[in-house]
Structures are given as structure tokens and as C-alpha cells.
Design a protein around this ligand. Structure first.
Ligand SMILES: Cc1ncc(COP(=O)(O)O)c(C=O)c1O
Length: 379
């Protein structure tokens, strides 16, 4: 059951009626519910949500009311956001580097699970985090398939992870293992390779894992064919059984992007089309909700619509796309195929915009004020 009233049938109804000159994010609780159901039906373990992808209260409240009982948090602020939206929810604090003040706050808020990737971060937990709490060692491997390499910042190699697991157990914590194959990962074998390595690490440490957290990283639909999450779920199930046999740990996943991306669309307005070269200036860009474009490429799932609701459908032309700020970096990395009849004042509606959009927006140059509204459907 959604706790958010659906106010508009779809983005076009809102845009035709309100004609906003600001960017608008449209939240569709029904889509979020369908995605959560997909994870629940397919993933062979506990499904949690990485709050960092989108920490809006309505997202957390909806997930909680749909039955989600645990959330991955990166900071005390995210912990408090979960506590406000989902009072009794379990907190997994899987940002492996923390200040002492953050650890104290986490302990005060009753965090149930932590991850670490080096002995000094484990030492910092001792004496503050009660014995018996789950502590995961974070593993890193050189695997391909993600948009960029998460292992360059966090994680320990197999041998260090085995040592860390022994230290976690010796400190009186429940030893577990976690990994993250990297965001927007569409290679099921990345999970397979990590699970095999996790089993080797547990064996080298002589430890039975309390749980294995297979991360976020699941890809969202940004263009071309939609990613097949079920193939990854099946890979996780099969490889866990094959690698661990009777000692298979309980599984957890913590998708951020794939859980929330499809539940939001972003409408931006064409401010200007430059007569010199046809370049398009939008009222949002890389300092706003399109922040990921320089790293992941622009999202290809979009339509252009006039303020009266008419879809622009004439033959497309590649256009350079700029954001609204005075910064020349504020430009999408690739030209977008825009309909030739697109005009100033039209709306561009990008689908799949729920992750790392509202969470990362800045107010650079006085932009970034994004309206939020709720819809029954996104098209
Ligand atoms: C520990 C951890 N879990 C989950 C996530 C979510 O990843 P994604 O949005 O790719 O699913 C991240 C992303 O940074 C992370 O660091």
C-alpha cells in the first residue's frame, strides 16, 4: 500500500496544466512497488535499500509500508532519515570508513550491522559497538561489468579479508562478508566471481559466514534493452549453493539505483535553441539532476513534448545539450538525438531518473530547485 497520494495521472497532465519553468521530478509509487516486488520475488535472500541513491522521505516511507525492514545507510543523517520514515527498521551501516563521532552516533541509534575493510576501522568499532553485532569484511576483486571501479576506494583483497574475518570473530562480532561489484553493473558473472571468492575467503579464515551481502550495483534501464535482473538473481542463487554447499550463508542485497531509478521521471524545459549551431540549453544539467551524465553517459530514454502535450516526432538530429549554468563543463557528454521539431519552451521527459538525481543535486548558479510531484504512472 502506498502512503503517498497519487495526484496526477502522468507527467504530461501535470506539464500541460502547470507549465512549470523549473525542472520537475515525478514520483510513481506504483512503479517503486513493482520494482520492490520484483526483487522480493527473485532475490534469494533479504532485500534492503541503499538510501544514498535517493533519500527522499516518500521513497523510504513507501518501501517501509511495502514491507522493507532493513536499509543500508552511509551516514548518521541517512540513519535519522530512516528512523523518521520507518521507525523500527534495521540499519546496516556499510560505508566502511567512519569517524569516531559517527560510530558513536550509529551505536546510539542501534545500528545492527557494520562493514570494515581494514584492521584500523575494526579497532575503532571496539568498545563502542557491542559484541555480538554483525561486522562484515568488505572484499574487492578486479571484476569488469560496472560503470566504474568501486574497488579503487573500498575493499580488501582475498588474503587481507581472510585476516580481517578472523579479527572480527576474535573481537566477539558476528563475522560476515560484503562486496559491491560497482554501480550500473550488467555482468552477472561479476556476482559469480565475487561469490566464489567469498567462499575461498571464508575457508581461508576458517570461519562460517553469518551472512553474505552481495551489494548493490544492479543496473537500471538507461537505454537500449532493460537489464535482466532475474539472470543476476539466478547467478547469485546458483553460485552460492555451488561455492558454499551446506555452509551457505544467508544472503542480503542492498540495491540503490535499480530499486529507485524507474520510479521517477525528470521533466526539464528547453530554455533556448541556439540559432548558430542548434545547441539546446536545458533548465537542468550536470549540477542538477543530470549529475551522473558525465560518468554514465546521458540517459537515452526520453521524449520531447510541447507545452500543449503534443509529442515532437519529426526526424531526429544530433544536438549538443547544455545545462543552465554559466560553466562550460555543464554539458551532456554526448549529443542527443532530438526531434527536428523540438522548440524553445518544450519539455524533455527523461525516464529512469530516481537514482543519484535528487540526492546529488546542487544549487550552483542559483539553479537546482526541482519541483517534486506524485503520479499514478510515468507515461
Ligand atoms: C555499500 C554500498 N551499498 C550499496 C550501494 C548502492 O549501489 P547501487 O546504487 O549501484 O545499487 C552503494 C553505492 O555507493 C554502496 O557504497
Amino acid at each position: 500500500m502506498s502512503r503517498q497520494p497519487a495526484l496526477w495521472p502522468a507527467p504530461d497532465a501535470f506539464l500541460r496544466s502547470e507549465r512549470p519553468d523549473q525542472p520537475v521530478l515525478f514520483f510513481c509509487p506504483a512503479t517503486l512497488a513493482a520494482t520492490y516486488q520484483r526483487f522480493r520475488d527473485g532475490f534469494p535472500g533479504q532485500v534492503t535499500y541503499a538510501v544514498k541513491a535517493n533519500d527522499r522521505g516518500e521513497v523510504l516511507e513507501n518501501l517501509s509500508s511495502l514491507g522493507m525492514t532493513a536499509f543500508d545507510v552511509a551516514s548518521p543523517k541517512e540513519m535519522r532519515a530512516v528512523r523518521r520514515a520507518a521507525r523500527g527498521a534495521v540499519l546496516h551501516y556499510n560505508n566502511p570508513v567512519r569517524s569516531e563521532a559517527e560510530i558513536q552516533e550509529a551505536a546510539d541509534l542501534g545500528v545492527a550491522s557494520y562493514s570494515v575493510d581494514c584492521p584500523s576501522e575494526l579497532t575503532k568499532l571496539q568498545g563502542v559497538v557491542p559484541a555480538g553485532t554483525e561486522v562484515s569484511a568488505r572484499l574487492k576483486l578486479p571484476v569488469a561489468g560496472a560503470a566504474y571501479d568501486f574497488g579503487s576506494k573500498f575493499g580488501a583483497g582475498e588474503a587481507s579479508c581472510a585476516e580481517l574475518l578472523r579479527a572480527i570473530a576474535a573481537a566477539g562480532y558476528r563475522p560476515a562478508l560484503t562486496f559491491h561489484p560497482g554501480t550500473q553493473c550488467d555482468a552477472p558473472e561479476a556476482w559469480g566471481a565475487y561469490i566464489d571468492a567469498a567462499a575461498r575467503v571464508a575457508q581461508a579464515a576458517g570461519t562460517r559466514l553469518w551472512r553474505l551481502n552481495v551489494g548493490g550495483g544492479f543496473a537500471a534501464h538507461r537505454g537500449g534493452r532493460a537489464p535482466d535482473l532475474e539472470v543476476i538473481f539466478e547467478m547469485v542463487r546458483r553460485r552460492t549453493t555451488a561455492a558454499f554447499g551446506a555452509a551457505a550463508p544467508a544472503l542480503v542485497c542492498e540495491p540503490g539505483r535499480a530499486m529507485v531509478a524507474d520510479a521517477f521521471a525528470l521533466a526539464v524545459r528547453i530554455k533556448a535553441i541556439r540559432d548558430r549551431d542548434g545547441a539546446v540549453f536545458l533548465n537542468d544539467g550536470i549540477y542538477g539532476a543530470l549529475a551522473e551524465a558525465p560518468v554514465l553517459g546521458a540517459i537515452e530514454r526520453f521524449a520531447v513534448m510541447g507545452p500543449d502535450g503534443a509529442l515532437r516526432q519529426s526526424a531526429s538530429q544530433p544536438r549538443t545539450i547544455f545545462g543552465p549554468t554559466c560553466d562550460s563543463l555543464d554539458k551532456l557528454p554526448d549529443a542527443l538525438a532530438f526531434p527536428g521539431d523540438a522548440r524553445e519552451g518544450d519539455y524533455v521527459i527523461f525516464q529512469g531518473m530516481g537514482a543519484y538525481s535528487t540526492a546529488t543535486v546542487t544549487h550552483f548558479n542559483g539553479y537546482g530547485h526541482i519541483l517534486m510531484t506524485t503520479v499514478n504512472g510515468l507515461v
